[in-house]
Write a protein that binds this ligand. Sequence first.
Ligand code: 26V
Length: 836
Amino acid sequence: MNSDRTRTVAKISSSPTARELLKQYACGPVQLTGASNALYERHLMFDNVMDPKAIGPREQYEAAAKSVRDVLSQRWLLTERTYERENAKRIYYLSMEFLIGRSLANNIMNLLLDPMVKQAVDEKRLDWLALLEQEPDAGLGNGGLGRLAACFLDSMATMQLPAMGYGLRYEYGIFRQSIRDGWQHEEADNWLRRPDPWEAARPQEQVEVRLGCSFEVRSGKLAAVLGEPSILLGIPYDRPVVGYGGRTINTLRLWAAAAPEAFDFHEFSAGDFVGALAERLSAETLTRVLYPDDSTSMGQGLRFVQEYFLVACSLADLVRRFRRNNPDWRALPDRAAIQFNDTHPSLAVAELMRILLDEAHLGWDEAWDLTRRTLAYTNHTLLPEALEKWPLRWFEVLLPRQLEIILEINRRLLDDVRNRFPGDEGRVERVSLIDERGGRKVRMANLAIVGSHSTNGVAAIHSGLLRRVTVKDLAEMFPERFSNKTNGVTPRRWLLLANPALAGIITDAIGDRWITDLAELEKLKPLADDRSFRDDIRRAKQDAKSRFAEWLKSTSGVVVDPASIFDSQIKRIHEYKRQLLNGLRIVVLYNRLRENPDLEMAPRTFVFAGKAAPAYQLAKIIIKFLNNLADTIDADPAVKGRLKVVFLPEYCVSLAERLIPASDVSNQISTAGYEASGTSNMKFMMNGALTLGTRDGATIEMAEAAGEDNFFLFGLTAEQVAGSRGWYSPYWHYDNEPETRAALDLIFSNHFSRYEPGIFEPLRDVLLTHGDHYRHLADLTSYLEADQRLLDLYADPDAWVRKVILNVASSGRFSSDRTIAEYASQIWNVQPCPVP
Ligand code: 26V
């Protein structure tokens, strides 16, 4: 064994290939020829000092990931050096969430290393799929907002824009969901349990964060110690963001909290060794866990400190970088564009003012001008319960200087309002940064709008409502600040990586320019008339469905029929997203089949996936209902083989990548006016699913792009929903629509809860007694009609696939490259900075 080992080691270290490989990569565009697995062998052998016989897929994954990192590392450094040398204006994307998913396959794809990796995998006879499965999803986000941030990073790197993401390095990402007896259970997502090959710690670039109080752990809870200012350390951990083609490699910098190195010697010498260490523990608590609630700002103190920590670390870091090359503070807006992903980082308004006033010693007017010209804000939700308001008291205790600044901003703002609108005290109250009702609170959206030069919504309808309803008074004061930037998704991850079969067919038909210019997909339109192209598209979908069915069976034992229609709704569970409406549709279809067993109806598989916020009781009951629906239908011989419902646990980026390519139908059925944009809607469209949807968010623009004939729109419009607030009664539908009534009666007869009678009574409250706020019953009938139109189309396979092609061909506008191009030219005023 000894001599064997010696020989292998000698072979690897004398091999020139690894060095050559790195050299080649450092000098230019990615043109790797001649496969080499020297890097891989070296990592496998040396990193874990393991007996080759004991090496399993996890070690193989780590070795593969580190090899890819070796290959990209020089280019990563060169990217940063180029930006520094060019003193390029940079985009700083501040976000509490980045829902990255897995990186290995994505990075290999973007580095164009696929052929080389394939060769290595063949040579070594690796089980590549098993190896990829070893990488945990980086789930540092709740849903759409976090995934959008990840798509934007991909686009910015691909478009060679000098951008950096700033976020928090949560030790625990979004909780892992399991389903037991139909109920959701949460488990901690310890995603960093094993070393993460994608992160590089940069302790030498740590920053200090000053707080107005200290913290201690009292009976397991974090408590503020008033009047004792303290210092936290922010330690950056960098992750590479590989642009497609591998030319630009940007950085996502995530901050971890730590206690300063120096012990409290006073306590230490007094013998409180344990106390001093406990203090360190409390510092690290700060970035331990992501808040799993994406729609209620529950006023958690720890969350407030997390937000300030992100802001303080990121601004200190970017100001330090700015100062290296710019002696004049007045150049800041020409060198930095800071984008807020929602209000979560909007304390940056006060923090940047503090830096410019107290550290740069500028006067108020100049500091204010620079702050506003540097900052920009994106709003992602109109739900009142999600709009952040932080108690003034917390500012007093933790951030007294920032509070002073906010109050001064407010004083000047309200003076301006009183000048422009004399006597309009109602307006003064609404515009104020301080909500005076109840305990005084700071309105973070108002702060973000007033303290920046740009406020945008994420789809046309959403931006309109934001302007006309939610912050009407501010929009009247500063109309030039408001705009719309409809969301998009990266076609690299969501088409090229997730759906290689469809991507291949597209490339064969129109070439590969679509990968970086998705508008090219338009060229597919004439091919809707091409029989052999239609056959190819049909086959790709069928293959994706079969692959999904096999995966599902092998991982969970659940059997679905790939010949049935795959009809999916995957997203966070929320009343406004109306998974319950989808459930009602299925109950109606089930009733139709029970009543009329000879009814002709194509077999269907309804797939749900999504997490409920752990404290959102009703969302958890909805999950239970969907699971019981699935079990009851499975157990009913009357519908066997015709209807199937599946609730997939643990929805995450990787699950979306499997399911979306396999879906025929995409459900986007939020109550109109409530879904800001949606982004899974776009992923489904690109992957050849047809949409059953309401006129909400970006779905409206998707239907416009594809033509309403190629879409299945239904339900009340946002205006109709708003207009019905005074008079709507769900009982009308119950009394006058037999199918609606029969569906509800069946649910409340405990048909789906035979052994747990009464558990779905809360659904009666939501749908009937409490007035059906989200208008489920108002939209059920038109949902069923749209569903029928869809089934009629499915009966004509040729007509169906034509519409599929027209949808794919019209999805080009929904690339995040288009969105980023709009931000870059209309908000950030930044240009690409190519790396030589
Ligand atoms: C709020 C809160 C409240 C405090 C606790 C943690 C937390 C985390 C997130 C949020 C706001 C979530 C807003 C959001 O996710 N909006 C979604 O943004 C997507 C991207 O723009 C958009 O497509 C979705 O329609 C929108 O719901």
